[in-house]
Design a binder for this molecule. Structure first.
Ligand code: NAG
Ligand code: NAG
Ligand code: NAG
Ligand code: NAG
Ligand code: NAG
Ligand code: NAG
Ligand code: NAG
Ligand code: NAG
Ligand code: NAG
Ligand code: NAG
Ligand code: NAG
Length: 857
């Protein structure tokens, strides 16, 4: 079995190793899910900087245990992870449900740990199966006294939830000690098959030659490895492999596999150009299966400086077959490259790396990974997200409602029947929830079960009315039974039943709500149409769309006329004062005039003018015109009546922005940003985002301003760095990484200011304090009431607040790759705002049910 093979590799020697790990700063690894199963509490494991949660929020079944202390694993890379576990004595299949923030259609590394440690005092052998959703992953086996096992899998789910399931096997009781999920870049670990249709199950991940050298006598994982891969380093004494190391830094990684430096510094080479490196997995570790398919990734980086004009050129072949590449691989000094072959192999993992003709040096290898490849995948029930919502909404605690509802067939859920068409995605065709003590309203998720034929809700205690979508279906294809639900409105007659005395009041509230909803929907639709149109290329002509009023040129005297001889100063920009002005048609404008003393300012002035001439979006402050004369340089903008966000948030401002208003401002700014980052080609990085650069018009619509430091990037890549960071202390990415992701950092800080009402940087007694210093400990405690601006006086929805905090934390993630793209942030903020409006902004219980009453049928 594969379990055995993997175990041979991964049962590491338990000898104590020296710790070289520094204390890491505290943050919750945004994007990561790290679960210490059976642990009584959440904790930070300082050696790795990984924050572990207990499993309370991920699984409903099972019991917690501790292993026998005699089996404690002293290996510091796992900390206490293996000391506790959760076992599942009841039920055939028990599942953990993971909801990664990045959602479906993204690639994840998922790792499960197992350590029996005689937790049950029975000293028995164990054998049970591990599934990822409906896919068999591996069989876990233990003999008494065995050390730990872990299993890695790479997966791109097509649903927002991932189930890791333990299925009862021939011996013992299924259990699990730890579970980790790490987001990967979607561009790596590709195979010749579609990602959504394949699984990669790790067989070996090898840091070649590492343990020969004292600097790498520890395994690499997070934080050396941003994807938290665990690199196995005990791989030395293969015949004719000659280890060597170089203290160089790999400076370029076009492949974005981002292997840790210390993994790439060591390598093995063959004796000379005419001999090759050869490897046979089975003869070294065993466990290769005849029926299984394998796939290998080869990682190279040239660490030897060869004489000019000399290159190392290599030919890789999988034994018994031809070369895996049509062209041999040629290495460039200090450049990492990963080779993913065109072929997989079945029943063997053997490879040979030889020097191709013209190579100046013997073949070598820095690291490699071997996976079992499962492709294509069996179908899964296509409505998992809907049925899970139903399950959680009604608190359905049936033991077997875990994992996929229909598959594998032997584990299909109770009360559910599915179609038997295995070629298509499995579908729920019948749902019998009669006499299940269900209460509350019938939610619309039921109507997402598109293939439902019979649906029995008899004998529950539902209230409210039947969702329109469901009723429509029950008129056509669905057999819906609703008898014995005394509180349910099944006919129009129930209108008169409801709270007679309040009918006029409720009706008018409802009418108002409906009206607002309609208006919002219509304007959102209109806006969508418009914003779609606005996503135009930077270089495209905007003139026709923007009308003639834009990009006018003004003369020196016109500027003086507009501003009434520079009468009213309304602000100070990066390169001079901003004056209030009035155009001939009476429209108010803001006029930014370059001060004569500002040399630096001229460059910024130019870049802002250049940019705004071409870039237009409703959430970017718009340029009406400019003056470019020898004695007068000025930019004329739309007037933003409510000033800057900084002003709005300040203690001195008597009106307090409500939580929903702040979310709207954040969302507006995010839209503006999304346009800069993703709507413009090439993308534009603002580089100086802060509350004083977010302006509000009379309708409190937020717009981004001050583009003096912004840069258009020649390519879309995030790795394109500018050498000179710019910006403002407090908002500046500590990683000094100037890219889209540094804007995201600044945005995260602004979000925290909106949440807390406190400025990014405060000074007290000559000491400068950053917002993160006090807010992060509170966030770690989950102390939402004290995080939120006290000026809200508790008027905010906690879920919405929590989500916003999570968004902010992900934006400031130390690991740049884990910071979301702004488009993702837009979606998250929309959700926050919806939560706030739905739950806090109106009396929610009336909201959903009664709209169906009023809408025309
Ligand atoms: C998980 O941790 C939380 C707090 O950290 C605690 O309240 C809860 O009881 C723990 N759950 C279990 C199963 O120990
Ligand atoms: C567990 O069983 C094995 C044999 O199966 C035995 O050698 C070992 O001493 C036992 N350990 C304990 C703690 O009972
Ligand atoms: C290789 O590793 C050894 C042991 O740590 C070290 O002394 C030596 O300097 C390294 N060699 C190079 C070329 O970096
Ligand atoms: C290359 O190395 C192999 C194996 O060590 C050896 O048998 C062979 O003689 C060497 N060839 C040359 C040209 O040095
Ligand atoms: C060798 O590669 C070819 C693809 O060109 C593939 O069809 C064949 O199955 C492979 N043979 C083995 C033994 O893996
Ligand atoms: C690469 O290796 C394959 C198989 O060993 C061989 O057929 C091919 O000629 C080699 N190509 C080069 C350029 O050496
Ligand atoms: C759901 O069930 C759990 C435990 O059975 C209970 O504590 C909780 O209050 C229930 N929630 C609802 C909304 O009924
Ligand atoms: C539906 O569920 C109820 C209660 O669990 C049960 O009594 C009944 O037999 C079920 N009906 C069908 C058709 O399975
Ligand atoms: C629904 O379930 C109830 C109770 O289990 C049963 O009496 C009734 O016949 C069922 N309705 C249908 C249409 O199956
Ligand atoms: C249904 O709910 C109402 C209140 O919501 C309660 O008074 C009643 O006892 C419930 N009936 C059943 C059968 O649970
Ligand atoms: C369903 O059918 C009933 C009666 O046939 C009709 O009154 C009702 O309007 C229909 N509902 C929908 C949503 O089509």
């Amino acid at each position: 079995m594969m379990g055995k093979a993997a175990k041979w590799i991964w049962i590491l020697s338990l000898s104590l190793r020296l710790s070289f790990i520094q204390l890491t700063t505290i943050h919750k690894n945004p994007g990561y899910i790290s679960i210490d199963c059976g642990s009584p509490k959440a904790y930070l494991y300082e050696e790795t900087g990984i924050w572990y949660e207990n499993d309370t929020n991920f699984v409903q079944t099972g019991t917690n245990s501790r292993i026998d202390p005699r089996f404690f694993v002293g290996y510091h890379y796992f900390g206490g992870l293996l000391k506790t576990l959760r076992s599942f004595p009841v039920g055939n299949r028990n599942c953990y449900t993971l909801k990664p923030k990045q959602g479906k259609n993204n690639k994840y590394l998922i790792r499960a740990y197992f350590m029996y440690g005689n937790y049950d005092g029975k000293n028995e052998s164990q054998a049970f199966d591990l599934y990822l959703g409906v896919n068999y992953w591996v069989t876990i086996t233990f003999e008494p006294g065995d050390s730990y096992v872990f299993q890695d899998i790479i997966h791109t789910p097509t649903t927002n939830t991932i189930h890791v399931c333990l299925v009862r096997g021939p011996k013992g009781v299924p259990f699990i000690s730890g579970l980790e999920l790490r987001p990967l870049s979607n561009s790596i670990y590709q195979t010749p098959w579609p990602s959504s249709q394949s699984l990669l199950i790790l067989q070996g991940r090898v840091d070649v030659a590492a343990s020969t050298f004292s600097y790498s006598n520890r395994q690499s994982r997070y934080k050396d490895d941003i994807y938290d891969r665990l690199w196995y380093n005990e791989f030395n004494d293969i015949q004719d492999w000659h280890p060597f190391n170089r203290s160089v830094d790999i400076t370029s990684d076009e492949s974005t596999y981002e292997l840790p430096q210390q993994v790439m510094r060591s390598a093995s080479k063959s004796a000379n150009v005419s001999s090759s490196l050869e490897f046979d997995f089975n003869s070294i570790w065993g466990g290769i299966e005849d029926s299984a398919v394998y796939y290998v990734y080869f990682h190279f980086a040239e660490t030897e400086k060869l004489p000019d004009g000399h290159k190392r050129i290599m030919n890789i072949s999988l034994y018994n077959n031809q070369s895996v590449l049509s062209v041999p691989v040629t290495l460039e000094y200090l450049k990492a490259v990963t080779i993913s072959p065109q072929y997989s192999t079945q029943s063997f993992v053997q490879f040979r790396i030889s020097a191709a003709s013209g190579s100046a040096a013997p073949p070598f290898l820095n690291a490699f990974e071997v996976y079992q490849l499962i492709s294509p995948l069996p179908p899964q029930t296509d409505i998992r997200d809907a049925i899970l919502e139903i399950k959680s909404r009604y608190n359905i605690s049936n033991l077997d409602w875990q994992g996929d509802p229909c598959l594998p067939k032997d584990y299909a859920w109770d009360k559910v029947s599915c179609n038997s068409d295995m070629n298509d995605n499995a579908r729920i065709t019948s749902l019998n929830l009669s006499a299940s003590k269900l209460t509350g309203q019938i939610i619309t998720s039921f109507s997402q079960l598109t293939e439902l034929v019979t649906f029995n809700l008899t004998g529950n205690n539902f209230t409210g009315s039947i969702p329109k979508a469901l009723e429509e279906k029950s008129n056509v294809t669905l057999q819906l039974s609703l008898d014995d639900n005394p509180g349910l409105c099944q006919t129009s007659s129930c209108e008169s039943k409801a709270h007679k005395s309040n009918v006029p009041l409720i009706a008018s509230i409802v009418a108002l709500v409906v009206f607002v909803v309609i208006i919002v929907c219509v304007s959102v639709k209109l806006w969508r149409l418009r914003s779609k149109k606005q996503r135009v290329m930077l270089a495209a002509s905007n003139k026709d769309k923007q009308g003639i009023a834009k990009n006018q040129t003004f003369s020196n005297s016109e500027i003086l006329g507009i501003t009434n001889n520079l009468k009213t100063v309304i602000g100070r920009g990066g390169f001079g004062n901003v004056y209030l002005g009035t155009l001939q048609d009476g429209a108010q404008v803001a006029v930014k005039i370059l001060s004569e003393t500002s040399r630096q300012g001229f460059k910024e002035f130019q870049s802002e003018a250049k940019l705004l001439k071409f870039v237009h979006h409703k959430n970017l402050v718009s340029l009406i015109g400019y003056c470019d004369e020898v004695d007068m340089k000025a930019l004329v903008y739309e007037y933003m009546a409510k000033g800057s966000l900084q002003h709005q948030l300040s203690d001195k401002n008597p009106t307090v922005l409500k939580w929903n208003e702040r979310l709207q401002i954040a969302l507006d700014a995010a839209y503006g940003f999304d346009y800069l980052h993703n709507g413009c080609k090439p993308p534009i990085v603002h580089r100086d985002l802060k509350p004083s650069n977010i302006l509000l018009n009379g309708n409190m619509q937020a717009k981004i301003s001050d583009f003096g430091l912004s840069r258009a990037f020649a390519n879309d890549s995030d790795t394109h760095l500018l050498t000179t960071p710019a910006g403002t202390y407090g908002y500046l990415d500590p990683q000094l990484h100037i890219s889209k992701k540094s804007d995201i950092y600044s945005f995260g800080i602004i979000l925290l200011e909106l949440i807390t009402g406190k400025p990014a940087v405060t000074e007290a007694c000559g000491k400068v304090n950053h917002i993160l210093q006090w807010v992060v400990p509170l966030i770690e405690k989950g102390d939402i009431p004290n995080i939120m601006d006290p000026r809200f006086e508790g008027n905010f929805n906690t879920t919405s607040a929590q989500k916003a905090i999570e968004v902010a934390m992900s934006c400031i993630s130390k690991d740049v790759v884990l910071r979301p793209d702004i488009s993702h942030t837009v979606a998250e903020l929309k959700e926050c705002l919806n939560l706030e409006i739905m739950i806090h902004g109106s009396s929610s219980s009336v909201f959903e049910s009664d709209i169906t009453e009023i809408l025309p049928r």
